[in-house]
Design a protein around this ligand. Structure first.
Ligand code: NAP
Ligand code: GFB
Length: 309
């Protein structure tokens, strides 16, 4: 009899990719959309968990977006993600569910923390203002898992802290895109329209670490089978980063567009660098397998599919 997995955020990029991972076939997955189960409704979440009693929860739901979305809606990013995190984690504990994987984000690290960012730097300094609300909500959920474990070690509530992610089912709308899907759309449209230039936000010298989301799904299923051995929180990353300009060059190469780039220095740039320390991940014996070129090519192929449909 397959174990029951309650996956929050099943309709999103990470959630859909988790359900497409080969290991998903070994689980009986419950993945209600927000219209079926609004995770901001604590009573509904408690009722759902008591009725379904999953063996494991993977918490991938949230209000998620890139730098401009975070700057535009700090209240919603803080309020919704805190409510969702509290309801999923506390209601799980109250329902006696013993296994939970919570997804954090490397945006929780102090903006001035020396890179690479290690897990012991959490709360050791001011947060990045452009996504402070979201980061506070992510820190809240991470600490909530740790406190529950501190009160009762039988609750295996652990947090995986992914670096920036991209991949199929990403958000390509400029309103809430992260960098990679934003570049894919801009360069694709420049090629389609015969434009010779594409605009980069900022000077392009900021650095980011982006991991292909299917690699995170692989780490999640590996973690599901190894929860007792995991630390309370662990970065999940590629362990190397590139400048924003490099990402634009890579996407242009993959798409085959040979134009040039301009820089809009009035645009927000966020953290100068956000590279995760993958020492714990390496000790755990896992590393992502997808190169940036391959990941971008697969994401672009998916983008073309959904654009054509
Ligand atoms: N994308 C990144 O670069 C990145 C980096 C690090 C960490 N993460 C983390 O990874 C997780 C997944 O991110 P993602 O990129 O997959 O996000 P996403 O594509 O925006 O998906 C988020 C999902 O959360 C669900 N959701 C939002 N509010 C909800 C509510 N009130 N009730 C129920 N469900 C709700 C949405 O469900 P519906 O579609 O049904 O509304 C959506 O499917 C998040 O925890 C995020 O913080 C993401
Ligand atoms: C993982 C996510 O990281 C997010 O921070 P963050 O990496 O700056 O979020 P991104 O939106 O991926 O921006 C990454 C970097 O790319 C630059 N950039 C250049 N051109 C563009 C563009 O066209 N669109 C976008 N979106 N960026 C662009 C942007 O200025 C910033 O320095 C947080 O806001 C979220 O909360 C979350 O934590």
């Amino acid at each position: 009899m397959a174990q029951k997995l309650f996956l929050t955020g099943g309709g999103g990029m990470v959630g859909r990719i988790i359900q497409e991972h080969p290991a998903a076939a070994g689980w009986d997955i419950l993945a209600p959309a927000s219209k079926e189960l609004d995770l901001t409704d604590g009573t509904a979440v408690a009722d759902y968990l008591w009725r379904n009693k999953p063996d494991l929860i993977v918490h991938a739901a949230g209000k998620v977006g890139g730098i401009s979305a975070n700057m535009a809606e700090p209240v919603a990013f803080l309020d919704q993600n805190t409510m969702i995190g509290r309801n999923v984690i506390v209601c799980a504990r109250d329902a006696g569910i013993k296994k939970l994987i919570n997804l954090g984000s490397t945006c929780i690290y102090p903006r001035a923390a020396p890179n690479p960012l290690s897990e012991d730097q959490i709360l050791q300094g001011e947060l990045e203002p452009t996504n402070e609300g979201y980061a506070i909500a992510k820190i809240f959920a991470l600490r909530l898992c740790e406190y529950i474990r501190r009160e009762d070690q039988t609750f295996l509530y652990k947090t995986l802290i992914p670096c920036n992610l991209y991949g199929p089912y990403d958000k390509f709308d400029p309103k809430n895109s992260h960098l990679v899907p934003a570049i894919i759309r801009k360069v694709h449209e420049a090629q389609r329209d015969g434009s010779s230039t594409v605009e980069i936000w900022g000077d392009g010298e900021a650095r980011r670490e982006f991991m292909y989301a299917p690699d995170l799904a692989d780490a999640v299923f590996r973690a599901a089978d190894a929860l007792p051995d995991l630390p309370d929180c662990m970065n999940i990353g590629v362990g190397d980063d590139h400048t924003i300009n490099d990402y634009y060059e890579t996407v242009a190469r993959v798409i085959g567009w040979e134009g040039s780039f301009t820089h809009d220095l009035t645009k927000p740039v966020g953290m100068k660098r956000k590279l995760s320390d993958t020492t714990k991940q390496s000790a755990w014996g896992w590393h992502p397998q997808t190169s940036l070129e391959d990941g971008v090519a697969k994401t672009y192929a998916h983008f073309l599919e959904i654009s054509a449909s």
